[in-house]
Ligand binder design. Structure first.
Ligand code: NAD
Ligand code: 6OD
Length: 486
């Protein structure tokens, strides 16, 4: 029986349930915690608690009171950062250095940043002419959406959970939030922090469970939920959108990707190989922004493939707590089976496996973990399934191109449209291409460099709407126009 117990947090209290499930450490394959699955009735209780909070002092809170709460939460995460790191590494198997440098500090940054954004947010104002010549003033005010349902995935658990909870609360909403069933740990610690810093009851409610037939579906179908924000697979987004149509509730979706990198012969070669290796293999390729399609200008194609494969071969895979480990396991046995299906499919579709393609030999306690080799393919046709479908593992395909127009055509030949990175020392070209690639995010000579004030989101199957900075405020609040006749 595991010692760790992850409970729900509803109306300011930790709540057990009659139904529990195991939380598996993917680096060992062993159950590390017991998770209390919220029933539909408990989710409904959480929705009522959130509504109650909106009717109480939280509903009348000032911007400064809300910002101060967010700052206290950020400080609370910082104070317990090693607890958060341990939970994140335990749940995902990601290298401890990654959790320490990316996931946990970014969790705190989400709260601190949205505290500052709401403190400094302004509205619109127009002086309008009227027939009597005295004029009118039009100005906007923001009001909360109400009860916001937050549903997040397992790949960057705390980062993606807090990225939505923080702006929702900054705007004065109350939330009912569900982390992925694979990664309940840091969200539960966050609930502890909310309790420690004195958040009013019902403002932040946490429910655990799965999607269909479980807590996820209960959040989506609850008529007490006024808006839904979701990060996950495009297919799940489509299902949620159908259910949210009942009541015409607003949705914000951050979904899948099949992102391209365009590498030009004039790039800074070594920095580009490092950048593309990072964008393909970070977090075992389990970042929605990861590069799975690399297009390289023909004169440097062979040299680039060799160098990228070299980076993949050199990666240290294994125990996430060991020093110098760069790659942990995939999230689950099921996900590894899916990725291995693509490794087999690539061969059937005619790929040359330049490196990887299998399961690495890992000794000791980690022998039971869901590790996989970082993999580089070449030789596929653009219409191959391995080029068109999201794998969500540490794998990319590299294909040559001859000119800029072809590079743009190949990048855009996808039903997804999340991110693209362009690698060139010709910034005029980079800027030109940024306008031509059908994605929500373009990086020039870098990848996953984030300023939380900037718009984040995807085109096509990759999402709906934008979050980040004032775009988050636009989703998490109703903008009201006030017209004053002078
Ligand atoms: P998923 O869609 O399977 O699950 C995401 C969350 O939704 C989980 O909490 C799950 O329990 C819940 N869920 C599943 N079905 C549901 C339903 N019918 N109703 C309500 N809730 C439901 O996604 P995942 O496997 O956890 O995450 C990987 C996917 O997420 C990849 O496709 C990846 O590209 C995408 N992703 C996108 C972004 C982005 O910002 N665009 C960020 C991270 C991950
Ligand atoms: O950095 C972010 O704000 C963000 N939403 C990242 C998403 C990563 C996807 O896996």
């Amino acid at each position: 029986m595991p010692e760790i117990d992850y409970r729900n947090f509803v109306n300011g209290r930790f709540v057990e349930s009659g139904s529990t499930f195991g939380d598996v450490d993917p680096s060992t394959g062993k159950v590390r915690a017991r998770v209390h699955e919220a029933s539909a009735a408990l989710v409904e209780e959480a929705v009522h608690a959130a509504r109650g909070a909106l009717r109480g002092p939280w509903g009348a809170s000032t911007i400064e009171e809300r910002a101060a709460l967010l700052d206290r939460v950020a400080d609370g995460i910082d104070r317990r950062s090693e607890d958060f790191v341990a939970a994140e590494v335990g749940d995902t198997g990601k290298p401890v250095e990654l959790a320490r440098s990316l996931d946990v500090p970014r969790g705190a940054a989400n709260f601190r940043t949205f505290a500052n954004i709401i403190r400094t947010a302004s509205g619109e104002m127009y002086e309008s002419p009227t027939p009597d010549g005295r004029g009118a003033l039009n100005y906007t005010i923001r009001r909360p959406l109400g009860v916001v349902g937050v549903i997040s995935p397992w790949n960057l658990p705390l980062l993606l959970f807090s990225w939505k909870v923080a702006p929702a609360l900054a705007c004065g909403n109350a939330v009912v939030a569900k982390p992925s069933e694979e990664t309940p740990g840091t969200a539960t610690l966050l609930a502890e922090v909310f309790a420690e810093v004195g958040a009013p009851d019902g403002v932040f409610n946490l429910v655990h469970g799965f999607g269909p037939g479980s807590a996820g579906e209960a959040i989506v179908t609850s008529t007490g939920v006024d808006g839904l924000t979701f990060t996950g697979e495009s297919k799940t987004g489509a299902t949620i959108m159908q259910q949210a149509a009942d009541g015409v509730r607003p949705v914000s979706f951050e979904l899948g990707g099949k992102n391209a990198a365009l590498v030009f012969a004039d790039c800074d070669f070594e920095a580009t190989v490092d950048g593309v290796a990072r964008s393909s293999f970070l977090n075992t390729g389990q970042v929605c922004l990861c590069t799975e399609r690399v297009y390289v200008e023909r004169p440097i194609f062979d040299r680039f493939v060799e160098a990228l494969a070299g980076r993949a071969k050199a990666m240290r895979i294994g125990d996430p707590w060991a020093e110098g480990i760069q790659m942990g396991p995939l999230i689950s046995q099921k996900h590894r089976e899916k990725v291995l299906t693509y490794y087999d499919l690539a061969k059937a579709e005619g790929a040359e496996v330049v490196t990887g393609g299998g399961i690495p030999d890992i000794a000791g306690e980690q022998a039971g973990g869901w590790f996989i080799e970082p993999t580089v393919w070449t030789g596929l046709r653009q219409d191959a399934r391995c080029i068109q479908e999201e794998v969500f593992g540490p794998v990319c395909h590299v294909m040559p191109f001859d000119d800029e127009a072809e590079a743009v055509r190949l990048a855009n030949d996808s039903k997804y449209g999340l991110a693209c990175s362009v690698w060139t020392t010709n910034l005029t070209r980079g800027h030109r291409l940024a306008g031509l690639i059908d994605v929500g995010l373009v990086w020039l000579n870098t990848w996953f460099l984030r300023d939380l004030r900037t718009p984040f989101g995807g085109a096509k199957l990759s999402g709906l709407g934008r979050e980040g900075g004032r775009h988050s405020l636009d989703f998490y609040s109703e903008l009201r126009n006030v017209c004053v006749k002078l």
